[in-house]
Design a protein around this ligand. Structure first.
Ligand code: ADP
Ligand code: MG
Length: 653
């Protein structure tokens, strides 16, 4: 199967096109256009409908094209330096309107009283006035397209190159014909042509519908193909763990596993025994107990005399995992930590031990990718917060294992829409319920003028011996006048609670300093932690009961939810206080949603709606495809149809 955006094979270089010389080729290359496929998939990002509209159909204000007769001679007024305004009157559909152009006095010579002309611009109905943008020659193309060309050439020149490709090339990848018929779509060549050169809005809409289907269908087909290739039975994938030892071991844990944890452990055990690679996503909200499930899996591997590795995106997280796993499993597992700050001699010792098989579990950051990290027998790779790694990075570690048993973990609740596309090829285990005894976190939205009330509340919690988080996103003094800067927040807390009670952690601090500050915080030596950056995803201070977030509107819903998940980690009542002036509608919406629900899935659906999938993970590396026309949020229905057709296609083969 060829690539999604390769409908012409072989995909010749643009230099082969008539009229594209060396210079033009270089210009197009500079905006990422190298081949004829790149040309046809470089779609307009907007269209101007030049078909005239009846001004009577406009309600208040609308960008339209009107056709009419010029009634008065244009007059030009020169305003301030270099600025001018040209106005005239025209009659259209029996309505007399005033047309004004700014800084386009040169158009005057195209306008003669008595002429019929088409003017494109913004029409204001109450004022009966048109703010002109361009004069359109009648009998030209009726839809005018605008491309993102970064000024290397104009729209028309690029349009001609596109036409040249259509004229000279055969498109040899297309949707199956039965699908085109069934869903009243169009062949891809026609579709793409209409996307570049639509005659009217209807034609454009139709072409967009086919394109969306094409993108979503082809994408699903690719996922299924990849999965098929990878799902080759191999005996290295079978991990014969010792079930009796594992059961005994689970029995020694200080708590009973939740129902979902048990199910997840069973899913994983089934994968281990299977001759197919494990390719599982373990999904559960922060604090739902994924780390324990991972630990149990590692123990299962140990009983089969195999090693495991946990890869995490940050050093703080690596430390956190290390500490919590050592605490829970120290007697049973040999666990080591390998990060960027591990000393050279330590590194040497750990690498040696890994090679000899003396280590059951290695936890680490990017340091694990290095070529000289060699395992005796790596049987399971666990990747935490996998969307924060690139595909290639993950691959570097996975290929160190004889089998490709991979368990992905994420605390980011992934909406269904996204999990179909991004993780459509994974098995999923879900931990929905929190460990018993957890109280739902109470969330409040406060404004800065209510700060005294907030501080008094924090004082009460501090006096009760709790840890308090304060997050204040970095804001420069000059940036926004009426927001509290991080410095101000820090000073206010030190003034209110005493200098020795407040710790500051920020992104530019050395890891070691950070770790010391965190240790003082955890031991309650300094019960309040002010942090400029997002507190790393996996921090686990059970005694923390208050999460205070200043300028909360600056964070997306999923980040706010992650931050809130730092508290409520034992049976104490915990609180999240959002401080925001809520000036925009979006800010208000976010604050309200946060106070209304603590369900990560509900939140993530809303977040996706509000922000769009591109922004959802905050990282481009997420492996999520970026479609040209399809939109994962709004085209969900098409996605489901395309997916079921893709699945059917493979079943019938
Ligand atoms: P996650 O990795 O999903 O954020 P953790 O595995 O770190 O969650 O668990 C959060 C806390 O809850 C840890 O302190 C862990 O020891 C505890 N925990 C996990 N599972 C249970 C359970 N079934 N009952 C009680 N406490 C649990
Ligand atoms: Mg965790």
């Amino acid at each position: 199967m060829t690539e999604l955006y390769e409908v012409i094979t072989p995909s010749a270089s643009i230099g082969t096109l008539k009229g594209v010389g060396k210079k033009t080729e270089e210009k197009l290359n500079s905006i990422g256009i190298h081949t004829v496929n790149d040309v046809v998939f470089h779609l307009p990002n907007s269209y101007v409908d030049q078909n005239p509209t009846d001004v009577n159909s406009v309600k208040l204000e609308e960008v339209i094209t009107v056709s009419g007769v010029v009634k008065t001679e244009p007059t030009v007024t020169y305003l301030r330096k270099g600025l001018n305004r040209m106005s005239f009157h025209m009659e259209t559909n029996n309505v007399y309107i005033k047309v004004t152009f700014f800084n386009q006095a040169y158009l005057k010579k195209q306008i003669e009283v008595g002429d019929t002309i088409n003017v494109h611009g913004k029409f204001n109905k109450p004022k009966q006035e048109m703010s002109g943008r361009s004069i359109i020659k009648p009998n030209g193309d009726t839809m005018d397209m605008r491309y993102a060309l970064n000024k290397v050439m104009n729209n028309k020149t690029f349009g001609n190159i596109v036409k040249e490709v259509f004229r000279t090339h055969i498109f040899n990848q297309d949707l199956p014909e039965y699908l085109i018929k069934k869903y009243k779509l169009m062949p891809i060549k026609q579709t793409l042509y209409h996307l570049h050169f639509p005659d009217n809005m209807d034609e454009l809409q139709n072409a967009r519908r086919t394109m969306k289907f094409y993108e979503l269908f082809m994408f699903q087909v690719k996922i299924i193909e990849k999965r098929k290739q990878e799902r080759v039975p191999q005996k290295e994938s079978i991990i014969k763990y010792d079930i009796d030892k594992l059961k005994r071991f689970i029995g020694t844990l200080p708590f009973e596993l939740t129902k979902d944890q048990k199910t997840s452990v069973n899913d994983i055990c089934r994968d281990l025994l299977s001759e197919f690679n494990m390719h599982r996503l373990l999904q559960g909200d922060v604090g739902s107990g994924k780390t324990i499930v991972a630990g149990i899996s590692v123990y299962a591997l140990k009983t089969a005399l195999k090693q495991s590795a946990i890869m995490v995106p940050t050093e703080v997280l690596a430390n956190q995992h290390y500490e919590s796993l050592v605490e829970s499993f120290n007697d049973e597992l040999t666990i080591e930590l390998l990060t960027g700050t591990t000393t050279p001699s330590e590194k040497r010792r750990i690498k040696e031990a890994l090679k000899n098989g003396d280590i059951d579990l290695i936890i680490g950051t990017h340091a694990l990718f290095e070529d000289d990290v060699v395992f005796k027998d790596l049987g399971l790779v666990i990747i935490d917060e996998q969307h924060r790694f690139g595909v290639n990075q993950r691959e570097k570690l996975i290929k160190k294992a004889k089998s490709r048993n991979v368990l992905y973990m994420t605390a980011t609740p992934i909406p269904r829409t996204l999990s179909i596309t991004a993780f459509g090829d994974m098995d999923v285990s879900l931990i929905k319920t929190m460990p018993a005894g957890r109280l739902p976190i109470k969330t409040f939205w406060k404004k800065e003028k209510e700060i005294d009330e907030v501080l008094a509340f924090i004082k009460k919690e501090m006096d009760a011996g709790r840890n308090i988080y304060v997050v204040a996103p970095l804001i420069e003094e000059s940036e926004v006048l009426d927001l509290m800067t991080t410095e101000e927040v820090y000073h206010m807390f030190r003034e209110t609670f005493g200098e020795d009670k407040v710790e500051l952690v920020h992104g530019r601090m050395k890891t070691e300093e950070k770790a010391k500050a965190m240790a003082r915080f955890e031991s309650l030596e300094t019960p309040i932690l002010v942090s400029t950056t997002v507190i790393e995803v996996g921090i686990n201070v059970k005694n923390a009961t208050v999460m205070t977030i200043f300028n909360a509107e600056r964070f997306g819903l999923s980040t706010l939810h992650q931050l809130r998940g730092r508290v409520g980690r034992n049976d104490l009542q915990s609180y999240c206080i959002l401080i925001s002036e809520g000036k925009t509608e979006q800010a208000q919406m976010r604050m309200n949603i946060m106070t209304e629900t603590t369900d990560g899935f509900v939140l993530s659906e809303r977040d996706l709606e509000m922000r769009g999938p591109g922004d959802f993970f905050g990282v481009r590396q997420s492996g999520l495809p970026e479609f040209k026309v399809a939109d994962l949020v709004h085209d969900y229905r098409i996605l489901e149809v395309a997916r079921s057709e893709a699945i059917k296609l493979f079943k019938e083969q």
